[in-house]
Design a protein around this ligand. Structure first.
Ligand SMILES: Nc1nc2c(c(=O)[nH]1)N[C@H]1C(S)=C(S)[C@@H](COP(=O)(O)O)O[C@H]1N2
Ligand SMILES: [Mo]
Length: 211
C-alpha cells in the first residue's frame, strides 16, 4: 500500500478559474441512483487487452488499496477541495489485463449506460483511482457506491459513478457528456468546459441535472 503523503500532490488546495468552494459534497448526476446487489455486481475490463477480466465485488475489494488526497471540480462550478479518496489504483487494474501497445484511449462504462472517455495517459496518472470511500467513510449510494472513477485533474463528469466496466481502446470515442457538447479534454485549469459556443456567444446550455 502506498503512503498517503506520496500522493498528496494530487490536491493543490487552489481553485481553478471560475470555480467556487462547495458547501459539503453536492450530489450531481443524470438519472436515478442504481441499486447495488453484491451477489450480482461485477466489474468487467476488456477491449485491446491480452487478458480480459471480470472482477466480483470481493475480488475488487481484495486488491491492494491506495489513498489519494485530491481536489474535485464540477463543470457547474463547484469544487470540493482536499478529499482523501480510497480505492484501487488504475495501474493495478491495468496490470490484471495487460493492455496491448495499440491502446491510446479508454472508456469507463457505468450503470444505465453512462460512460466517459479518457486518453490513456490521463487515466494512468498517479492520482487516478477506482474509489469506494472518501475521508474514511464508504460512499453513500448517491456518490457512486460501490465503485466510481476519480480523475482529479479533469472536470468531474469524467469521475464516473457506479462503474461496471473499463474498455481499453485504440481510437477515441465520445462518452455521455462529451457527446452532448462538453469538452473532450475537460481540464479545469484551462476551463475546457464546452466543446462549442452557442449562437448567443455563451457556453452551451447543456447542464447536468441536480438531484
Ligand atoms: N454514472 C454517472 N456518473 C457521474 C455522473 C452521472 O450522471 N452518472 N455525473 C458526473 C458529474 S457531472 C459530476 S459533477 C460528478 C458528481 O459526483 P458527486 O455526486 O459524487 O458529487 O459525478 C459524475 N459522475
Ligand atoms: Mo459535473
Amino acid at each position: 500500500m502506498r503512503a498517503e503523503s506520496e500522493l498528496a500532490a494530487g490536491a493543490t488546495g487552489a481553485l481553478p478559474p471560475g470555480q467556487r468552494p462547495a458547501k459539503g459534497w453536492p450530489v450531481l448526476h443524470y438519472g436515478p441512483i442504481p441499486p447495488f446487489d453484491v451477489a450480482t455486481w461485477d466489474f468487467r475490463i476488456w477491449g485491446e487487452v491480452e487478458h480480459p477480466a471480470l472482477l466480483l465485488y470481493d475480488e475488487l475489494r481484495a486488491l491492494p488499496m491506495v489513498k489519494v488526497l485530491a481536489d474535485f471540480h464540477c463543470v457547474t462550478r463547484f469544487s470540493v477541495l482536499g478529499n482523501e479518496w480510497e480505492g484501487v489504483a488504475v495501474r493495478t487494474i491495468a496490470d490484471l489485463v495487460a493492455p496491448t501497445p495499440s491502446v491510446r484511449f479508454a472508456m469507463v462504462h457505468c450503470e444505465q449506460g453512462y460512460d466517459a472517455n479518457l486518453p490513456l495517459d490521463v487515466l494512468m496518472d498517479d492520482d487516478v483511482l477506482f474509489a469506494w470511500a472518501r475521508n474514511g467513510a464508504e460512499f453513500e449510494p448517491m456518490h457512486g457506491f460501490p465503485l466510481r472513477l476519480i480523475v482529479p485533474k479533469r472536470y468531474a463528469w469524467k469521475s464516473a459513478k457506479w462503474v461496471r466496466g473499463l474498455e481499453f481502446m485504440a481510437e477515441d470515442r465520445l462518452g455521455f457528456w462529451e457527446e452532448r457538447g462538453y469538452h473532450n479534454d475537460a481540464d479545469p485549469w484551462q476551463e475546457q468546459r464546452y466543446s462549442t459556443v452557442s449562437a448567443l456567444g455563451r457556453p452551451g446550455q447543456l447542464r447536468p441535472r441536480m438531484v
